[in-house]
Ligand binder design. Structure first.
Ligand code: T5A
Ligand code: NA
Length: 214
């Protein structure tokens, strides 16, 4: 039976990984699954290209504009900050958010360009900490073989190798769940369902919300 008392909140579940690892596919399947079980759930993604900051990011990613590496880093972060309070309201109201990329992408992709790790983390401090991070693990080579690869700025194997290194640094001491993203979609889907349901239940039972980077 479901507890709808005031301390029952939604879970913040983040999917991370290289470009084309399958996050978008799995995020929407997860949302459908939870909805089917009667949970309130929303699918979010960063960058959120619908805001004015998001439009600047989108134009940068499609190589229509150039920006200094620090500047684009801060724009990605600002794009998360502009959604923070809505995110908190949703979670506290009992809605689970399945999130396609978050602060970890921000740090991993900027570090891959050579920016300082701690400098990259700093503007993320104080955003909401996810309850669960699912890392869809794929090699840059395997990801590059997938449809549509190469259409955006960062989709180059050499660069993605650097992104992998940065993700490895972020994983140290974390409790991310690593999932083999080269399995068939249905296998990954089942694997994620179990992990996420467990997390959603913990949040319903009152696990506290906290801030990054704690
Ligand atoms: N970025 C992002 C930053 O630099 N800083 C930040 O702060 C943030 C938030 C855009 C870029 O911005 C960078 C990271 C990115 O380079 P994005 O719009 O999320 O970010 O772009 P991607 O992550 O690249 O999104 P994609 O849509 O390209 O990849 P997905 O969502 O990981 O993959 P998906 O599900 O669309 O699948 C890709 C293809 O693979 C197939 C799918 O059918 C599809 O064709 N596929 C599989 N094939 C075989 N087996 C499976 N298991 C498969 N799963 C999916
Ligand atoms: Na992409």
């Amino acid at each position: 039976s479901r507890d709808s008392s005031s301390n029952s909140r939604g879970a913040l579940v983040v999917l991370e990984g290289l470009d084309r690892c399958g996050k978008t596919t799995q995020a929407s399947r997860l949302a459908q699954y939870l909805e089917g079980l009667g949970h309130s759930v929303e699918l979010w993604r960063f960058p959120d290209r619908t805001t004015s900051v998001g439009q600047m990011i989108s134009s940068y990613l499609s190589n229509e504009s150039q920006l200094d590496d620090h500047t684009i880093h801060l724009l990605f972060s600002a794009n998360r900050w502009e959604k923070r309070s809505l995110m908190e309201t949703k979670l506290k109201g009992g809605t689970t958010i399945i999130l396609d990329r978050y602060s970890y992408s921000g740090v991993a992709f900027s570090c891959a360009k050579g920016l300082n790790f701690e400098w990259c983390k700093a503007p993320e401090v104080g955003l909401l900490a996810p309850d669960l991070v699912l890392y869809l693990n794929i090699s840059p080579k395997m990801a590059a073989e997938r449809k549509g690869y190469g259409s955006e700025r960062y989709e180059q194997i050499e660069f993605q190798n650097q992104v992998v290194e940065a993700y490895r640094d972020l994983m140290i001491g974390s409790n991310w769940q690593i999932v083999d993203a080269c399995q068939p979609m249905e296998v990954i889907e089942k694997e994620l369902q179990e992990i996420v349901l467990d997390c959603v239940k913990k949040c319903q039972n009152g696990a506290p919300l906290s801030d990054l980077w704690s």
